[in-house]
Design a binder for this molecule. Structure first.
Ligand code: S3P
Length: 743
């Protein structure tokens, strides 16, 4: 045995089945205890355990096994626990820590109370979420827990030293340790483990009992095999689990029975819409299972990874490209399509994490949405009052737009809802929407400082108000207009400066009467939306990276197709042109209520400017890359009136200034902007994007003119707005490579 041991001198494992045997061998392999002593009521298994090297010592009785042990692990079927504990009691040392590995925790705690009464004993119930349909000591596998989770359910009075030692033991076996309450554990496991086992046992039994059972099993192909693998699990163990976790299991069985009944009824009634809705929601959930489990954006696998951009200097930028669909319009297409009467077809939908989070949230509220499939989405609208209560919180990932617009929409629903987001979204101010909505009659709770998560009470009656927005924000305006669809009377929103008007345009496209007088937009509640077709233009905010890239890299000539040219979004073109950029606007046309054009951009000698304040809200998302343009320009660029940049996905003024400083570029940060003296050399270096997609892409553009390699870290969120950025950037001449690391 090991010279040095981590943690424990002597560990006793009672029960050398699959889990007990695997734990014993993992402890031995990892040298996590000096001696592992085992006991099993089956003498042959005990002898085998010793012979196979699963344990160091075989004990003749439970009392003998636990004598002198600092840690005692009960690894027997849960219904045998009380009997085993009675024997443990006679040999248990006063200093010993007692744990178990059973699938139900309340039953273990009850058994300990029964056996030990008031006698103090240190107990930390445990449950490794690992297993296999195999059983017995011969299946013992020291790697069984590696990469798996172990749940510990310590009492509030737990000794932190004990908890620390048990945690290290499981970590030493390769597991990740979580802690939760006994009751929560039993509820969660009833749904995620116990119910699936019950269904598998039941299905196999049903089919085995059919007259044609042989025929059925002969032809049962992969699906049946995959689905029923767990029906070969140990019947004794499972019979114990169901009897021990009775209440929680009954609750999920009832829920499942009800849902199965609904599917049965849908089939009986030829109700394809219900089947499609349930199946597409389930498919999306299954496809994004791992993300859901880790509480991350639900929709792709990228943000689970750490992505680093590695960039070499480039020369010219050229090509003919189309960037992905507009994020703002994509969000709104799903929202209004869901609330409309009829089927809305969307083309050019942005398949980025932000807009996909919106799509998923509507699926969670009972809307059938087909796709996205190459930018095509078909939304089966449920009508203005047709949303259903989601079963859990709506997780909106990184998306401020989704959270703020949802807030308005949900404030007027019959049901309660809860909105959550990732770490960046959880820091963003929501008071700006919650406050005016409260004035309309909504009940919304925010966390400290008006931050997410948001809890929105259903059943409130909203009244139209006239709101003078203190900040120029399209999200706030859109939130209130959406709430206004449900409010009594008319909701007026006045903006201090023009902001993007996609909500107003799209509402009109869905046949809703939206009025505009000067700086005030208004809607009157009580109308309906009629489904329509939407063609989402390419996102000018994504095109902006390439407008700057082709402007600063010498000899460049790049064409960007089908770019959205809504006058409330073209600030970046106005600013770049003022700086001397060579941007031609070609083939201007209107597509589904939004102006669109092709843009040809060629290299230019940019000049520093004082950025007109009027253009600030019209270019609000484009400043990170505009700062790169300013660094390359001749003369000084001054930005003022842009304090909003500090509450985007990151503090974009500070994070850009910090990143530029890493590359040897000096800037002067002001409260509401920045001053950049141009023609500074950009050196190589390492930049932290702070998980902000637009910062990461801005520095990718900077690499074109850098004198050395630039490394940009924390870039996974580029997928929120610009899936395929790296490939597209490579195709036009940006020397970008990515490195990925699982988190
Ligand atoms: C957006 C509005 C802007 C913008 C965001 C998208 C929208 O936010 O920055 O990326 O779709 O309405 P603010 O309204 O906070 O300025």
């Amino acid at each position: 045995m090991a010279e040095k041991t981590a943690g424990f001198e002597r560990v006793a494992i009672i029960g050398l089945g699959l889990i007990g045997g695997s734990l014993a061998s993992a402890i031995r392999q990892g040298r996590l205890a000096r001696t592992v002593v085992g006991y099993d009521q089956k003498q042959a298994d005990l002898a085998l355990g010793l012979e196979m090297g699963v344990i160091d010592e075989a004990a003749e009785s439970i009392a003998a096994a636990v004598r002198g042990a600092e840690l005692v692990v009960i690894a027997v079927p849960v219904r045998a626990t009380a009997k085993v504990l009675r024997e443990v009691r006679s040999g248990l040392e006063p200093y010993a820590l007692l744990t178990d590995v059973g699938s139900t925790k309340a039953s273990f705690v009850d058994a300990v109370k029964d056996v030990f009464g008031e006698t103090p004993v240190s107990v930390i119930p445990g449950h490794p979420i690992a297993g296999s349909e195999k059983s017995g000591v011969t299946a013992a596998n020291p790697e069984l827990f590696s990469g798996h989770k172990v749940i510990l359910t310590p009492p509030e009075t737990v000794d932190p030293v004990h908890l620390g030692k048990l945690r290290s033991l499981w970590q030493g076996c390769g597991a990740t340790v979580l802690t939760m309450s006994v009751a929560h554990h039993d509820e969660v496991l009833a749904a995620t483990s116990h119910l699936p086992h019950l269904i598998a046992f039941s299905l196999v039994d049903t089919l085995a009992g059919e007259d044609e059972n042989l025929e059925i099993f002969r032809y049962a192909a992969g699906g049946f095999r995959d689905f029923t693998r767990i029906a070969a699990s140990d019947p004794v163990m499972w019979h114990d689990i169901f009897l021990s976790n009775q209440q929680a299991v009954l609750r999920v069985i009832d829920h499942f029975t009800e849902d199965l009944g609904q599917l049965r009824a849908a089939i009986a009634d030829q109700d394809g819409a219900t089947l499609l809705r349930v199946f597409s929601r389930a498919k999306a959930a299954r496809d994004h299972f791992s993300k859901m489990l880790s509480g991350q954006a639900y929709v792709t696998t990228t943000s689970q990874k750490q992505i680093t951009f590695r960039l070499q200097s480039g020369d010219r930028v050229s090509g003919d490209i189309r960037v992905p669909g507009d994020k703002s319009i994509s969000h709104r297409s799903i929202m209004l399509g869901a609330l409309a009467d009829g089927v809305t077809e969307v083309a050019g939908f942005l398949e980025g994490e932000d807009s996909l989070a919106t799509l998923q949230a509507f699926r969670d509220m009972g809307v059938t949405i087909e796709g996205p499939d190459n930018g095509h989405v078909r939304i089966h609208g449920v009508g203005i009052d047709g949303l259903q209560a989601p079963r859990g919180p709506l997780y909106l990932g990184n998306s401020g737009t989704a959270m703020r617009l949802f807030c308005g929409l949900l404030a007027a629903q019959k049901f309660d809802s809860r909105l959550t987001g990732d770490a960046s979204l959880s820091k963003r101010p929501m008071g700006r929407v919650a406050d005016p909505l409260r004035t309309m009659g909504a009940t919304i709770e925010t966390a400290n400082g008006g931050r997410p998560p948001l809890v929105i009470e259903g059943g409130c009656t909203l009244k139209g108000i006239h709101y003078d927005m203190p900040v120029a924000s399209a999200q706030v305006k859109s939130c209130l207009l959406l709430a206004g669809l449900y409010a009594e009377g008319t909701t007026f929103v006045t903006e201090p400066a023009p902001t993007r008007d996609h909500t107003e345009r799209m509402l009109a496209g869905f046949g809703y009467d939206v009025r505009r007088e000067g700086a005030t937009a208004s809607v009157t509640g009580g109308g309906r939306l009629t489904a329509t077709a939407i063609d989402v233009p390419a996102d000018i905010s994504s095109a902006a990276f390439f407008l700057v890239a082709a402007s600063i890299a010498p000899d460049s000539d790049l064409t960007l197709r089908h770019v959205g040219m809504n006058p409330t979004r073209v600030g970046v073109i106005n600013i770049l042109r003022l700086m001397g950029a060579n941007i031609e606007v070609l083939d201007e046309r209107e597509v589904g209520g939004e102006p669109v054009a092709d843009l040809r951009v060629r290299s230019a000698n940019l000049k520093g400017i004082r950025i007109p304040m009027d253009d600030v809200p019209l270019a609000i998302d484009e400043f990170p890359v505009l700062f790169i343009a300013a660094t390359c320009a001749e003369g000084t660029t001054v930005l003022q009136g842009a304090e909003e940049l500090r509450v985007k996905e990151s503090d974009r003024i500070q994070v850009m200034a910090d990143g530029l400083a890493q590359l040897g570029v000096k800037t002067e940060v002001t409260e509401d902007g920045i001053i950049i003296v141009g023609r500074q050399a950009i050196s190589g270096g390492k930049v932290d994007s702070q998980g902000d997609h637009r910062i990461a892409m801005a520095f990718a553009v900077a690499s074109l003119v850098a004198t050395g390699e630039i490394e940009v870290t924390d870039c996974a969120n580029v997928a929120t707005s610009f899936p395929g950025f790296v490939e597209l950037a490579q195709s036009v001449g940006i020397q970008i490579a990515t490195e990925e690391e699982e988190q």
